[in-house]
Ligand binder design. Structure first.
Ligand code: COS
Length: 389
């Protein structure tokens, strides 16, 4: 049984505790046997199930005045991740994909798309990365030019996007492209591109160690109407960064869910397996691992819910807090899971064992939505900029 005492921390309100309990019960019932044989079908089914049962309503705010509740997102991600990595992925991408619309979209964009992503009727994707600009977002080369003679009524997008989660199954992609108002970061814009757009194609499916729908996409002569632009032209970089400020904290939360599962599995093992005539957990070296795991988990949780609470309480920017939460929680979860594998011995690397799956699942979280190395750059910049010149 996972430790739930953290729900009594002052970051949470009664509604958060109730939601976490209800989702845990739901997940135990619905996510015990997620079939990974066809990840596209599995993801479609998970989005549909999460939508039908109301969980996706939390992935983006419903009404315009409503704000995204990062504590709720984080609690949902850590709970889903504890039960199923793919279910967490399905939930997370609905939030990240719809994020630019919910944070910066017009009323019309919100009314068209959010009811669909919140009910699971449309699958969302966030198409930012390119082969040569994953960490260096300002270097994006995909272009969007005005259709017609510079003042046409739409845009034509050309380029390639890489590492796009839900690539191939999404109904809506948020595509970041260069519109050229200024060099670098100030010359990007964000667009809504429908999956059915004839200018959009999957050129490669990418297989990874923890499989999920992932693709390289091409945009060729991809026409979108003027209303597809999110926010102001030239604001794309800030839209991407502000969206990541919200969702990076929740990547940390997913890592926390994986780490909690690893500790739960290790506690079961330590109390049931006999070694040298006593339970494994009687060995001080195993106790050392368990102490380290519990400490890493609490430290990660404190950073995650600090960042989430700070944003929910109205902070304009949580760049530093979110970067710290993602960096610490993902790195800590990797260490926790590695210790879980060690405690499980041979079973820890047996295909199909929960800790073997966790060992594969955690690795990408230290890379996507800003690699650990980038988070250090972000934290250092924030700390340095706080020094008065
Ligand atoms: N929120 C709002 N605005 C932001 C912001 C944020 N979190 N971060 C930066 N900005 C603004 C800056 O204030 C700056 O605005 P002005 O030009 O008006 O001063 C502008 O955006 C450019 O910022 P900066 O100079 O920091 O840009 P860099 O190109 O140097 O950014 C890093 C470098 C590494 C920080 C950035 O590219 C990054 O976060 N990369 C990782 C991206 C990522 O997560 N990739 C994974 C893809 S999603 S799976």
């Amino acid at each position: 049984m996972p430790d739930k005492t953290f729900l009594n921390w002052p970051f949470f309100e009664e509604r958060h505790k109730a939601l976490a309990e209800k989702l845990d019960t739901w997940a135990a019932k619905n996510l015990a046997h997620v079939d990974h044989a066809d990840v596209d079908a599995a993801c479609r089914a998970l989005v549909s199930k999460l939508g039908n049962d109301g969980w996706l309503e939390h992935s983006a705010p419903g009404a315009e005045a409503e704000k995204i509740d990062v504590r709720t997102l984080a609690l949902i991600r850590e709970t889903l991740a504890r039960h199923s990595g793919l279910a967490d992925f399905a939930f997370a991408m609905q939030g990240l994909g719809a994020g630019p619309i919910s944070l910066f979209g017009t009323s019309a964009q919100r009314e068209t798309w959010l009811p669909k992503t919140r009910s699971g009727k449309a699958i969302a994707a966030f198409a930012l990365s390119e082969a040569a600009s994953g960490s260096d977002v300002a270097n994006i080369t995909t272009s969007a030019r005005r259709d017609g003679d510079g003042d046409g009524d739409g845009y034509v997008i050309d380029g390639e996007k890489c590492w796009i989660s839900n690539g191939g199954i999404a109904d809506i992609y948020i595509v970041f492209a260069r519109t050229g108002e200024a060099p670098g970061a100030r010359g990007l814009s964000a667009f809504i591109v429908e999956g059915s757009n004839p200018g959009l194609a999957v050129v490669e499916r990418i297989e990874v160690i923890a499989p999920h729908p992932l693709a390289r996409l091409s945009l060729k002569n991809c026409r979108v109407p003027a209303e597809a632009l999110i926010g102001q032209s030239g604001d794309g970089f800030k839209i991407a960064m502000a969206t990541l400020d919200v969702f990076r904290t929740t990547v940390g939360a997913a890592a926390l869910g994986f780490a909690r599962r690893a500790l739960d599995e290790s506690l079961k093992r330590a109390t049931s397996r006999q070694l040298f005539g006593a339970p494994l957990g009687d060995l001080q070296m195993v106790q050392g691992h368990i102490a380290d795991m519990a400490l890493e988990i609490d430290a990660a949780a404190l950073l995650i819910y600090r960042a989430a609470w700070t944003k929910d309480k109205g902070a304009a920017r949580v760049t530093r807090e979110a970067a710290m939460a993602k960096l610490y929680a993902t790195e800590a979860a990797q260490r926790v899971i590695d210790m879980a594998v060690q405690i499980h011995g041979g079973d820890g690397v047996r295909t199909g064992h929960p800790v073997e799956a966790l060992y594969r699942e955690i690795r990408a979280l230290r890379i996507y939505e800003g690699a650990s190395d980038v988070q250090k750059v972000v934290i250092a910049r924030a700390v340095l900029s706080s020094v008065e010149q």
